[in-house]
Design a protein around this ligand. Sequence first.
Ligand SMILES: Cc1cc2nc3c(=O)[nH]c(=O)nc-3n(C[C@H](O)[C@H](O)[C@H](O)COP(=O)(O)OP(=O)(O)OC[C@H]3O[C@@H](n4cnc5c(N)ncnc54)[C@H](O)[C@@H]3O)c2cc1C
Length: 467
Amino acid sequence: MSRLYDTIVIGAGWSGIVAARDLSKAGHSVLILEARDRIGGRARTYTDGMHVPVDLGCSFVHGYKEGNPARDIAKEFGVKTNVCQLTERQVWRSSKPEPPSVEHKLVANLGAARSSAQALAQSASPPPSPLTPLSEALFSQQSPLFADIQDKELAVSFARSLEVPLGVVLEKASLRWDGWENNFAGSDAAPEGGFQRFLEKIVDESKKDGVEVRLGEAVKKVEKSQEGVKILTAKDGEYTAKTVICTIPLGVLKTNAKTLFEPPLPTRRLETIAGTHVGVLEKLVLAYPSAWWPDAAKASPYIHLPSETRQSEAKDAKSVFRQNTFILASFAAPVLPQQHPTVLFYISETPALALEKFSAEEVATAGHEFLVERFAVGSAPKPTGHVLTNWRTDPLALGATTTPSIVGEGRSPLDFVELGKPLWGGSLGFAGEHTDANHRGSVAGAVVSGAREAERVAKYLNKLKET
Ligand SMILES: Cc1cc2nc3c(=O)[nH]c(=O)nc-3n(C[C@H](O)[C@H](O)[C@H](O)COP(=O)(O)OP(=O)(O)OC[C@H]3O[C@@H](n4cnc5c(N)ncnc54)[C@H](O)[C@@H]3O)c2cc1C
């Protein structure tokens, strides 16, 4: 007979690790079961061929000075963090940058258009239909996006840079709920050594307090039992606990929620899992022997706008770069204390899907050639290292993060509350970025949800002890 744990946590990402740490600190026995052979989930730090470790999932603590709870955790575990400095942003759609006056105008107009869309969502009576996309307000005739800009196409393609943080095309994001969330924002900070190391540190310390971790244990069944919960894994492991906290990402739940739980999840929960959306965001990192691109010592990011009309089927990977909007971060600029000749493309939904039919090698080569062409430098050293993420097809993520509420009848931020509600009288809990309405899609959402579930489960366990 296996040991009866107070709690089994499924998943060793931010939410699972925070939940496990809090519960063990409160004196409860905890086992973490993680399907991957590493800690971190969507916190993944890459080193092969890189000058310094580069984060392929989360890379910033957003709202660092504005109260993000990850800041206190960094302090507690002695993880050094550096606040990002603002550097010069440049906008490129040909072989020379747009003049600063145009860049300022584009930024100001997009800010005004977003504020105007959010004011409409908040104050219009009747409110916008749940079927109205954000694009309809941003791209309307009267939108502040186009104020004093002759070239509407330029403004529209610049607005598409919003699709990077949203994880979804503007035509799918709901106007009605835009700006509803109250997430941490303002200053950004990055942990030295990367996010995965940060989490490994928490796990190492938590193990000293008794938290057990089994890697390579994919949970395939969660059953309600007499003791509380029985868990079966793909390797025929069988574990029992009084409670379980499931942090399996929403993208994965979309494929297995119907069969994972016994008794099955209620219909309303299954409908919410099916009706919410997981977004796309990929990263392409190119490490170079030297920083050869223009203004490398001072500029980042470079917003690259399309120079060609988008084709439904791009003929090669380089065309995808020419036909879409990309945010290119440069680590050669003094954003963080340590500069190095590396660039990182943030790849939003449309180009990410178009690039999927090419190999990582082809995409890296195309990204490099595109930059040489766009920056018109004639020649440039070849990258000495590269990496392309595949969060959308990674079977343990199946997407980057949840997106804001999407267009659709009945969809609202309440969906994320529903995804976090406990079941089975409290013995089955849910955490993860997708379960926190205000902070979904972020490290903060994962941390807040892990802490929330740990607190709830601790109360539940204490009650069990009393009876
Ligand atoms: C490209 C990208 C960039 C991002 N940038 C930022 C950023 O700069 N700032 C920010 O705040 N957020 C960012 N995020 C979001 C942030 O990374 C996530 O919100 C957060 O890491 C999610 O943590 P989680 O614990 O909810 O999920 P995860 O980290 O995904 O953890 C869930 C764990 O469950 C495991 N699992 C799945 N199925 C099973 C199973 N059957 N059995 C056992 N284990 C299982 C998974 O392997 C995983 O380890 C980014 C995300 C991506 C993808």
